[in-house]
Design a protein around this ligand. Structure first.
Ligand code: APR
Length: 257
């Protein structure tokens, strides 16, 4: 049952009290956290998957069929991402990492904005668009990706170079997923922020946390499948709600509560 919001903070006293005393807090972020930076989300009205077909651009089959097209799309997204900056939601999560003794940030985003904002403990479930690796031997590739012309080959095995992101139908990086499941299971508070909570296995993490006794909080201007099971629903943009949440926590801590 959602807590009663306090008028001056817009949050429930339960949430503030639990957050200011929590030892372990986990945040799972999705594309909504980067929306305010100008990075398009995937679903919803201007979502990328409304304009592009993920099967044509974000799968191994698509890459094998037409690597040039897939690289063209990732170069477009990479150029866009290299122009944007972290927003207040990213910086508020850096603050939360400073406030909470044991804080873990699990992100589905590949835009590197959490790291750019200064978050240290980032678990990148879906990889990072600024990194490349070999399709065949998986070794990281540090070279340049040409805008046009022949695609780079792995210096170790000659395989095709691909973006280091997880494509549809692919397994997630095992270490990252195991770490995410481990910290979610131990979280006292689990914040699902800016995610449609529809893509597995990330979408199972909030349920894993709640099943282990965590207070489940959703921050999203829209309803998602998580909304009905969340203990607290903050129906706002992350770049609005998170800075206000940090201020409320800092005020509580200043009062020694
Ligand atoms: N603040 C918070 N949430 C927001 C904001 C905002 N300013 N703007 C939009 N949202 C919410 C939307 O309401 C939506 O629920 O962010 C969510 C974005 O959902 P998706 O576009 O589905 O993004 P995400 O949940 O991250 O997708 C998961 O799907 O395509 C794959 O690998 C891709 O990592 C991605 C995964």
């Amino acid at each position: 049952m959602p807590g009663q919001n306090e008028p001056e903070t817009g949050f429930s006293s339960r949430l503030l009290e639990r957050l200011s005393n929590a030892y372990s807090v986990v945040a799972l972020t999705g594309a909504g956290v980067s929306a305010a930076s100008g990075v398009p989300t995937f679903r919803g009205k201007d979502g990328l998957w409304n304009k592009f077909d993920p099967r044509e651009l974000a799968s191994v089959e698509a890459f094998m069929k037409n690597p040039e097209l897939v690289w063209e799309w990732y170069n477009w997204r990479r150029q866009l991402i290299q122009k944007v900056k972290p927003n207040l939601a990213h910086y508020a999560l850096v603050d939360l990492e400073r406030i909470v003794p044991e804080f873990h940030l699990i992100t589905q985003n590949v835009d590197n904005l959490h790291r750019l904002a200064g978050s240290k403990n980032v678990i990148e479930l879906h990889g990072n668009i600024l990194r490349n690796r070999c399709l065949a031997c998986n070794k990281p590739f540090q070279g340049e990706i040409p805008e046009k012309g022949a695609l780079p080959r792995c210096p170790h095995c000659g395989g095709l170079i691909r973006p280091d992101v997880v494509w549809f139908g692919e397994v997630l990086p095992v270490e990252a997923l195991e770490k995410a499941q481990e910290v979610a299971a131990e979280a006292e508070i689990f914040l699902a922020i800016g995610t449609s909570a529809t893509v597995e296995p990330a979408a199972s993490l909030p349920y894993l946390a709640k099943g282990n006794g965590a207070l489940l909080v959703e921050i999203n201007p829209e309803e998602t499948p998580l909304s009905s099971v969340a203990d607290e629903v903050i129906r706002e943009a992350a770049d609005q709600a998170l800075p206000r949440l940090i201020m409320a926590l800092d005020r509580l801590r200043a009062k020694g509560m």
